[in-house]
Design a protein around this ligand. Structure first.
Ligand code: URA
Ligand code: SF4
Length: 197
């Protein structure tokens, strides 16, 4: 099977999944989307209101800002892969529960193993905490960890991780917005060095 077919098979499983309680309140599951051959993956937290309605990741206000950040470093949505820790929206956008993360992340793990990205950009605390735990790296919050590259093994692969703030943070704080822009410039620099853009 091609990478595309493998990712489609994961998405088909997500759409009918009932492993945690979130299936009861979702309108649509959001498996994630993008290029199966992307060298870079962006991982958010969980679908919000618009993502739940459309079944697509990052299509609300935070998503618009992510699109801007991506285009500023020479990427479009179609050239990268964008996914989330949780594939279904928690009611009222509450934070993910440990049980939900445990039950849902096998899907994300499979997506990472199929795509085999060189760089994983984690957006916000939850995705960074999860990926760092997979890499057995200590995590003391996104404020400390963001804007730096971490080389590690996760899921039997060597990857470079780059944590930054969640784009939703930029909607209520100009400081986070500036830091995100700065972090994406740092990322762009590294991607150029590596010949990935
Ligand atoms: N926030 C996320 O973490 N993921 C989305 O898909 C949308 C908003
Ligand atoms: Fe399944 Fe994940 Fe949705 Fe829970 S959040 S029902 S584990 S796809």
């Amino acid at each position: 099977m091609s990478k595309r077919e493998l990712l489609d098979a994961i998405a088909a499983g997500v759409i009918v999944c009932r492993k945690c309680e979130l299936w009861k309140t979702r309108k649509n599951a959001v498996p994630g989307e993008g290029s199966p051959n992307s060298q870079i993956m962006f991982i958010g937290e969980a679908p919000g209101y618009w993502e739940d309605i459309q079944g697509r990741p990052f299509v609300g206000a935070a998503g618009k800002f992510l699109d801007t950040l991506l285009s500023e470093i020479g990427f479009s949505r179609q050239t990268v892969f964008i996914g989330n820790i949780l594939k279904c929206r928690p009611p009222k956008n509450r934070e993910p529960l440990p049980d939900e993360i445990q039950k849902c992340t096998p899907y994300l793990n499979s997506q990472i193993q199929i795509i085999q990205p060189k760089i994983i950009v984690t957006l916000g605390n939850y995705s960074t905490a999860y990926i760092f735990s997979k890499a057995t790296l200590p995590f003391n919050g996104i404020t400390q960890a963001h804007g730096k590259f971490y080389k590690a093994s996760i899921l039997d692969m060597r990857v470079t991780m780059f944590p930054t703030f969640h784009p939703a943070a930029s909607l209520y704080s100009a400081r986070y917005k500036e830091q995100l822009i700065r972090d994406f410039r740092t990322l762009q620099h590294e991607l150029k060095e590596k010949g990935l853009i």
